[in-house]
Design a protein around this ligand. Structure first.
Ligand code: IPE
Ligand code: IPE
Ligand code: MG
Length: 247
């Protein structure tokens, strides 16, 4: 099935967020160690970034490492960090070639020094690109993001730079890591799990959710196109009636 040709180019989501899950189970099903699945998962990232660019998605946010993932076995965490450094340094040239700007959300300072430096370098080198914004969620969890946000707003209030009466939904959005990004219209999760695992809870208040049983290493741009086609069949009502939406 060629899903790309079925996409209505006038209604492509501006922002797609993906919970890339199932690397470990994919590796297990191939009798390989977990890290083999993570490495294969990088190829899926490449394919999906390419596909998102092709159909004009503006923001693609990928959940790459959660705050909770720090509690995995030390060897797996170390291997993931190593994979991150190697991948970022290898991919910068092709990001630039494809006009992709790299951004991050999460607590970057908690990453090993070489990871943080490599990411800062890559963000700097791609900052003038005007195509796809590729947002990596690293050492990210929604609740810790919200805690950091509440602390910065409270600090401004105590310094009298913000009045309590100024606090509204827009102001809170402006203090999140995702400030200046549109909310995702579409959230995808792979591997057959039906949960959010502490990802973008504020930002996906009205997102369409799409679940697939495919493990992340088997997911390609064609699967992304399929998700977009599915999204385009839905009616987003935002609390209104169907009749109101049509008029
Ligand atoms: C997703 O795959 C990648 C990360 C969370 C880093 P998993 O490693 O969670 O794979 P499963 O869920 O164990 O199969
Ligand atoms: C969510 O996957 C985090 C990432 C994809 C980076 P997990 O595999 O960590 O989520 P749970 O533990 O199954 O909820
Ligand atoms: Mg998982």
């Amino acid at each position: 099935m060629d899903f790309k040709t079925q996409i209505n180019t006038a209604d492509v989501p501006n922002h797609i967020a993906i919970i890339m899950d199932g690397n470990g189970r994919w590796a297990k099903s191939h009798s390989k160690p977990r890290i083999f699945g993570h490495k294969k998962g990088v190829l899926s990232v490449r394919s999906v970034v390419e596909g998102a660019g092709e159909v004009g998605v503006k923001y693609l946010t990928l959940y790459a490492f959660s705050t909770e993932n720090w509690n995995r076995p030390k060897v797996e965490v170390a291997a993931l960090m190593q994979l991150l450094v190697v991948t970022i340094s290898k991919e910068v040239a092709s990001l630039n070639k494809n006009n992709v700007r790299l951004l991050t959300i999460g607590d970057l300072k908690s990453l090993p020094g070489n990871c943080e430096r490599e990411l800062e370098k890559a963000k700097e080198k791609t900052k003038n690109n005007t195509g796809l914004n590729l947002v990596l969620a690293l050492s990210y969890s929604s609740k810790s993001e919200i805690v950091r946000t509440v602390k910065s707003i409270a600090t401004k209030v105590s310094e009298k730079k913000i009045d309590v009466s100024d606090i509204d939904s827009d102001l809170i959005s402006d203090y999140l890591d995702t400030a200046a990004m549109p909310n995702p219209e579409l959230l995808v999760r792979t591997s057959g799990e039906y949960r959010l695992s502490n990802f973008l809870l504020w930002q996906i208040a009205y997102s369409e959710l799409y679940f697939t049983n495919k493990f992340w290493p088997d997911f390609t741009k064609e699967d992304l196109f399929e998700a977009i086609v599915d999204y385009q069949k839905r009616e987003r009502r935002f609390g209104l009636t169907s009749e109101q939406i049509k008029n």
